[in-house]
Design a protein. Sequence first.
Length: 95
Amino acid sequence: MKSAMSTAVALPPVLDITAAGPLASEFLRVRGKDVSVDASKVERVGAQCIQVLLSAVATWTLDGMEFDLANPSAALVEGLEIAGLEPANLVARNA
């Protein structure tokens, strides 16, 4: 059953080490809701923010909630590929 309480989270253009803490806090703020992450404006992504995103996907999966990556920018896709990942790794569906 999909939650009626869903929310959107927009990623900033620069996802570097200084963005990791605020990004984690934002995900904690919306925990318990289905989330759609707008990744269209990402220009640069670092390993720390990729870790935060992967942690959020794992958390949403355990919580039985949906976590969707919407409109991933070319820069985000490239950053994920460098890390051996793809946009599908940042999606959690309620089974």
